[in-house]
Write a protein that binds this ligand. Structure first.
Ligand code: SF4
Ligand code: SF4
Length: 129
């Protein structure tokens, strides 16, 4: 039997750094958050698949960041139903603190995904028999 890993396409900023190996320091490549939301991202995105609605591109640093940490007010406004948006100022500091803990900010990359650029996919196709 042949085990085939599922593959899917994510759209990523060309300036983003390549994904590092799992366990090495996170470089903000964004692959994890653009592939699927983490448990917090599922709450904020209202979905379990696809890219997280909270992920933000930091053009100055050329890195993806968690919006629950760096853009918490906008992320909360986007996530809360219109009738509860008045809670945003009160909830923002709490979410920011919890997010840092939940996403284990500053730790190593915990994504096992393997990334292929369009160019490497093309050359793989051409070199296969
Ligand atoms: S945890 Fe890994 S995949 Fe996610 S942004 Fe950091 S380096 Fe990229
Ligand atoms: S770390 Fe932040 S941006 Fe990434 S999936 Fe989780 S909530 Fe979304």
């Amino acid at each position: 039997m042949l085990a085939v890993k599922p593959s899917f396409v994510i759209h990523i900023q060309p300036q983003a750094a390549p994904k590092p190996a799992s366990g090495t320091p996170c470089n903000g490549c964004g692959v994890c958050c653009l592939s699927e939301p983490c448990p917090l991202g599922m709450l904020l995105s209202h979905r379990r698949v696809g890219s997280c609605a909270a992920v933000r591109w930091d053009a100055a640093a050329n890195q993806y960041r968690c919006g629950a940490v760096v853009d918490v007010t906008a992320v909360l406004r986007q996530a809360l139903p219109p009738g509860l948006r008045w809670l945003t100022p009160a909830m923002a500091p709490l979410l920011s603190r919890l997010a840092r803990r939940w996403i284990a900010a500053g730790q190593g990359c915990d994504s096992e995904l393997e990334v292929q650029s369009p160019a490497s996919r093309q050359s793989d196709r051409q070199s296969s028999p």
